[in-house]
Write a protein that binds this ligand. Sequence first.
Ligand code: MG
Ligand code: MG
Length: 258
Amino acid sequence: MVNVKNPAQIEKMRTSGQLLYEVLQRLREMVQPGITTEDINRLAHKLITENHAVPSFLNYKGFPKSLCTSLNEHVVHGIPDDTHLREGDIIGIDCGLILDGWHADSAFTVGVGTISAEAQRLIDETERCFWIGARNAVKGNRIGDIGHAVSSYAHSKGYDAVHALTGHGIGRHMHEDPEVPNFGTAGKGLRLMQGMTIAIEPMITQGTFEVDFDGWIVKTRDRKLCSHYEHTMAVTVGGLPDILTLPRELALKGLADG
Ligand code: MG
Ligand code: MG
């Protein structure tokens, strides 16, 4: 069942989303060779709880940490530990929080120190996949339009989009209906309605879209790199979606030319 939100509820979700943006900016700034993924987890937990929010990943179905840190061939759900970041790694940082009962969920991938041009291109094109998907999150479109746009663009750049994990509805719960796959058929699936709140999260691979599950950690089957990028948004009365996990000016810029 899809829970459509009213404008007041969407404003609550924006408040959650803006806090999550601030947290993610601090995490992005700390990424450098030598720190551990647990160092990132510790700061995320501190920033979220200091701001009277709850880290939504912690204890979610038994997940042991307050965010996911996924290195290189890890697609998502990497568990922070004493692994040191190395020059040339790429790291996906995925975090969620609950503020006043409302969830926000967002992720980005960034290079550690100097990375290869190929790795940087994957990161940049994954963000473009997100924006192209987001531009399709408009009232009257269907869920398949989003995934079709994401995967078509990925394929045009020589990449693929992971099928086994998807974006999702979000609100009072981290994962609500509908699923928002990163592949699909244009014109198929649930019709998007004003007030639907969804997280679009392309997971884009250099090689195969197929993945292996290793406990929590999801890896590309061919162990090539994967990049992940995610924001929470609301479908609006008309026109482009309202991105809740970015400041408005960055959201408008991304929707215009991301
Ligand atoms: Mg996420
Ligand atoms: Mg998500």
